[in-house]
Design a binder for this molecule. Sequence first.
Ligand SMILES: NC(=O)c1ccc[n+]([C@@H]2O[C@H](COP(=O)([O-])OP(=O)(O)OC[C@H]3O[C@@H](n4cnc5c(N)ncnc54)[C@H](O)[C@@H]3O)[C@@H](O)[C@H]2O)c1
Length: 284
Amino acid sequence: MSIDFHQRGRTAFDLSDKVVVVVGAGQSDGPGMGNGRAISLLAARHGAEVVAVDLNPASVKETVEMIVAEGGRAYAIEANVAHEDDCRRIFDTAMATSGRVDGMVYSVATNPPFDFETNSMTVENFNYGLNVNMLGCYHCNLFAAQCMEKNDGDTAGSIVNISSIASVKNEIGLNVGIMPYALGKCGLNQITEIAAVQYAGAGIRVNTLMLGPINSVLAQQASQSLFGVDADEAAQRHSEVVKLKMGRGTVWESAYAALYLLADESRFMTGQQIRLDGGATLVR
Ligand SMILES: NC(=O)c1ccc[n+]([C@@H]2O[C@H](COP(=O)([O-])OP(=O)(O)OC[C@H]3O[C@@H](n4cnc5c(N)ncnc54)[C@H](O)[C@@H]3O)[C@@H](O)[C@H]2O)c1
């Protein structure tokens, strides 16, 4: 039953025979790549069938086309994770199409519009932000685990919830604009820990991958719209303690960390908050 990691010549981080649902597999409009797309590409390169989910149908279709062009396996589902029914449909579709779910990455985030001048946000926008950043995470963890419970083996499934150092540190500034994001990520961190305990007996692992400044499209836009500073200035403020020579991370550092967490090699790790932040949260 247990995998023999000692075996010479085995392929590391092999996801073949695994179905991995990546929620947030599209990306915000603009140049460059998002974390969910990079995670999807890498999972497919390591053999997984990728169920690519996003609110943005054109973008998630593009992710699928990129995977297929490389010879990988993937299909797209359009869904809005703010709605419980959409979250349920993601996993019903994956089970109907692929027959199983082995991995789930929750790589979604939104920053609802707010008035920078008056520092105000409508209750509807505030709640929508929490529904996407937190409640959707809960629903996707729940429905993913219900699929994974059907799997055999000591590693029945792996869930990776993508968080942010905004849930533990804020060196840039406080306004209502950041609240649905920061609070949502705090909730996501907690969902990970509770789910890890709840599903450990079923062989399902749940970890948080907490990202610092990563060079995605969303990060570039958010620094400007939330705080009126460019992304490099935001990264600079986050990195005052440890100044890594490379400055910001790329989506590929995130993707390789997620790959490790999805793969059986991380089978003894659950309930953890793994900080991929260039040391930005080393000293608070
Ligand atoms: N880039 C960074 O610096 C950074 C830092 C910390 C954490 N993160 C986290 O990384 C993850 C990915 O973000 P990214 O920076 O790669 O940006 P991204 O724009 O590439 O990814 C976010 C995706 O979420 C999708 N999405 C938004 N609302 C949705 C909804 N209601 N339903 C379904 N999909 C929805 C968007 O369409 C987009 O494709 C997020 O969880 C984000 O919080 C990023």
